[in-house]
Design a protein around this ligand. Structure first.
Ligand code: AMP
Length: 471
């Protein structure tokens, strides 16, 4: 049985800024990270004596208003936006987790999936500690609380010794902010500076820009930092032989205006498009991208192939990502709810349609159909990532083999299924080339099946089920 772990595609944020309205800044930071999770949002703030928190289901704009921000007074804050799969869509899984502990109050926000969550759950439960949710973030909180050592630094160190897989944490205590990134650096986390004495950490640098903070650096893989009145200091290092930043962050997940490893995501995506054009050119009249995530790759493709780039689909931006819809039927309908074709730019044209990825295969077919109905003479689909053949257990919502179309079908079959005139994917080598970085510094497990976690067997995953659920 494949896992029923909630998949923590999330955004985390943290701020230490005396004299600032940290709750409001966190609110805006979370707004910038909304694309990383639309299911629930939460903020916890400390004034040096006590911690106040508010979390709610829904978008950041739905979870917060003046009334809910008002009590969140203090100079340290953390925030979280969460997306998860069906079944675990509960307020019990919303973050930050807040706990009273022997060392004082603690609030924790987590992005990523722990690959040894089942073992850690057992360890925590054996100690007699109860759990209220299926979330491995709650387990992470309990491992931290039950850790050894007289201070939070020691407990974070202990947690890093126990945990495997993907975790970016922002942790708030009464008087400090902590930021922790797993040794493989699977998910992104960066540090920024706000004014003279403020510090910010966020999943993506777009959240820093939004609140007027300057990007300083990425938190290193395996690094834990503490931020207090003396600024940030590294308190733990757990280096791994290699890092393994998720390639899907480059392809789809991160916002194009974010910097990852000193590179602007938008530039990398344009390069993915150029590589794709070099690898699989085809005679056509226009190039267009599936809005919004494939636009930079489509521009790169058009530049490289010297074909005109055009808009062919208008997206209704108020309908969320189609994959956010919980079941397949609504997901399929979602494509039509979301896009309208621009008939005048498509009529009689041989179109190259660039998309960033095909995951379950529900989107491409209806879009190809839409373009044909709008008069396109030919539709050639080009995908700016390789086929996704293996599930992700490190935090992206593609967690089982059967749901992945490229696991069930080869490329000609998929071309047939989506009724494209031709279909080509970017090669894995092309993807790595486009990043311009050390090929051994990434996780590409969803493409290659090579998981960066030692002794990890994706087929031996346990299912976590709560025996009771509250609604
Ligand atoms: P589909 O092939 O129907 O699953 O839709 C794939 C499209 O949804 C991609 O082009 C992406 O833009 C977007 N997407 C990105 N991540 C995911 C994900 N984890 N699950 C499903 N769709 C995703």
């Amino acid at each position: 049985m494949f896992g029923d772990h909630p998949h923590e595609e999330c955004g985390v944020f943290g701020i230490y800024a005396p004299g600032e309205d940290v709750a409001r800044l966190t609110f805006f930071g979370l707004y910038a990270l909304q694309h990383r999770g639309q299911e629930s949002a939460g903020i916890a703030v400390s004034d040096g004596k006590k911690v106040n928190a508010h979390k709610q289901m829904g978008l950041v704009s739905q979870a917060f208003d003046e009334q809910s921000l008002e009590p969140l007074k203090g100079h340290i804050g953390i925030g979280h936006t969460r997306y998860s799969t069906t079944g675990s869509s509960l307020i019990a899984n919303a973050q930050p987790y807040t706990m009273e502990s022997y060392l004082g109050p603690l609030a924790l926000a987590h992005n990523g999936n722990l690959t040894n969550a089942t073992d850690l759950r057992t360890m925590v439960l054996k100690r007699g500690v109860g759990l209220t949710s299926t979330s491995d973030s709650e387990v992470a909180t309990m491992v931290l609380l039950g850790g050894e050592g007289p201070n939070w630094g020691d407990r974070i160190d202990h947690f890093m010794n126990c945990a495997e897989g993907a975790y970016c944490l922002t942790i708030l205590t009464k008087d400090a902010l902590y930021a922790v990134r797993d040794p493989l650096g699977l998910r992104p986390l960066c540090l920024g500076k706000l004014g003279d004495s403020g510090w910010v950490v966020a999943s993506e640098s777009c959240a820093l820009s939004t609140i007027g903070a300057d990007w300083v650096r990425d938190i290193e893989p395996g690094e834990a930092i503490m931020i207090d009145g003396d600024g940030p200091h590294t308190i733990a290092r757990h280096p791994a032989p290699r890092s393994a930043l998720c390639l899907f962050e480059y392809i789809y997940f991160a916002r194009p205006d974010s910097m990852l490893q000193n590179q602007l995501i938008h530039s990398v995506r344009m390069e993915l498009g150029r590589e794709l054009a070099r690898e699989s050119s085809v005679n056509a009249d226009v190039v267009m991208g599936v809005p919004d995530s494939a636009i930079p790759a489509a521009i790169g493709y058009a530049q490289e192939s010297r074909l005109p780039y055009t808009e062919g689909l208008i997206k209704n931006r108020y309908i969320g990502r189609t994959f956010i819809q919980p079941d397949d039927r609504i997901r399929k309908q979602g494509v039509k709810l979301k896009f309208n074709p621009l008939t005048s730019t498509l009529a009689g044209k041989r179109v190259i349609l660039v998309d960033d990825s095909i995951v379950r295969g529900n989107t491409s077919g209806p879009i190809v159909r839409l373009l044909r109905e709008a008069g396109a003479a030919e539709v050639h689909v080009r995908v700016s990532s390789p086929p996704i053949r293996h599930p992700c257990f490190m935090g992206v919502d593609m967690a089982t083999y059967p749901e992945l179309i490229a696991h069930r079908m080869d490329v000609p079959e998929i071309q047939d299924y989506i009724q494209a005139d031709s279909l080509a994917y970017l090669s894995y080598e092309g993807l790595l080339r486009a990043t311009g970085r050390d090929p051994n510094s990434f996780c590409g497990a969803c493409f290659t099946g090579k998981y960066p976690i030692p002794n990890f067997n994706p087929k031996a995953r346990d299912e976590i089920k709560l025996v009771f659920e509250e609604s």
